[in-house]
Design a protein around this ligand. Structure first.
Ligand code: PMP
Length: 328
């Protein structure tokens, strides 16, 4: 890639690398990096929204805690606390001057350039951590949040919890996601929904899934092969606050076709209605009323216009948070 003039790309010009801020163009790694060959990387995706009090990061602590959980599952020894990485994320956003952005912390097995090793055994490879940010628009297209998307059921099965644990947000999982996504795209769909190894609904390539039927909400349980989505958790809490019953339960493929509403949730996708699955119209073939209500409340909360359910602290106001500027 040619050197970028990052000022024109709505990219945070500084990337956090193991305690220091470096230039975007200097954030490079060696081709023999373990993660590149063997997938040994864990990461997060976090959104920061504009509010009256300046940029606010949505559920930062929960995302960083999930990152640390993903690292723990893969026996990565991390030198940073949750607090350190929250502060580092705030620092990247603050430095960027961006009002809204998507934050990408990533932790991976690197390469010990003095004593390189090239095998699968990850232990000799040092852990490296970076945090980048950029302004990312609507993930499934500008109109998706209002009009909904056309999706398919994937012919690929979701990874199983006893092979690649879906509860870790590991790069390797996204090879499965890429198979699902590519198949959907070449067949003219915006996204694919994977079934789990039992044939029940799991999730999209990068989103959790919800079904609305007769005024109640259904979503696959955490025990199934899904990422424990933070937007999923937020939507469940919002729905409960609105008095809507939520069932976390196995869902059959056919139940999707006869649902009143189906929608995706995710940091990138936010709350995106699904208007058709396998060319079968869902409900009225457009965003349903419950999806719309959940979106309204969700967007009010992320923009700081309404408190989170139970007054939980979901926003980290960047300009009001003291972040260390020196090395951690
Ligand atoms: N499932 C997968 C496979 C994902 O990649 C994502 C996006 N992180 C989600 C679900 C949604 O998770 P979250 O709401 O925490 O972004």
């Amino acid at each position: 890639m040619a050197k970028n003039d990052v000022s024109t790309l709505r990219i945070a010009p500084k990337i956090w690398r193991d305690g220091e801020l470096i230039d975007w163009n200097d954030a490079r790694i060696h081709v023999m990096t373990h993660a590149l060959h063997y997938g040994s990387s864990v990461f997060e995706g976090i959104r920061c929204y504009p509010t009256k009090r300046g940029p606010a990061i949505f559920r930062l602590r929960e995302h960083i805690q999930r990152l640390l959980n993903s690292a723990k599952i893969y026996r990565m020894e991390v030198n940073y606390t949750c607090e350190d990485l929250c502060q580092a994320s705030v620092q990247v956003v603050k430095e960027s001057g961006l009002e809204q952005c998507y934050i990408r912390p990533i932790m991976f097995r690197g390469l010990d350039e003095e004593k390189p090793t090239f095998g699968v055994n990850p232990f000799p490879n040092p852990i490296q951590c970076f945090i980048a940010a950029w302004d990312w628009g609507k993930y499934l297209g500008d109109e998706a949040v209002e009009n909904g998307v056309d999706v398919c059921i994937s012919s690929w099965t979701r990874i199983t919890s006893n092979s690649l644990p879906a509860m870790a947000k590991a790069a390797a999982n996204y090879m499965n996601s890429q198979l699902i996504k590519m198949e959907a795209i070449v067949n003219g769909f915006a996204e694919g929904i994977a079934l789990d190894e039992r044939g029940y609904v799991s999730e999209g390539s990068g989103e959790n899934l919800f079904v609305v039927k007769d005024g109640e909400i259904y979503t696959p349980p955490l025990g199934s092969s899904i990422l424990p989505g933070i937007t999923r958790d937020s939507v469940i809490k919002i729905a409960k606050e609105l008095g809507i019953t939520v069932h976390e339960t196995s869902i059959q493929r056919a139940a999707l076709y006869v649902a009143d509403e189906v929608f995706f949730t995710g940091t990138a996708a936010e709350i995106t209605p699904i208007r058709s699955i396998d060319r079968i119209k869902i409900g009225l073939g457009k965003r349903g009323e419950i999806t719309k209500k959940l979106q309204e409340v969700f967007f009010e909360i992320v923009h700081g216009k309404r408190p989170a359910p139970n007054n939980e602290k979901w926003l980290t106001y960047v300009n009001e948070t003291h972040a260390q500027t020196a090395n951690l």
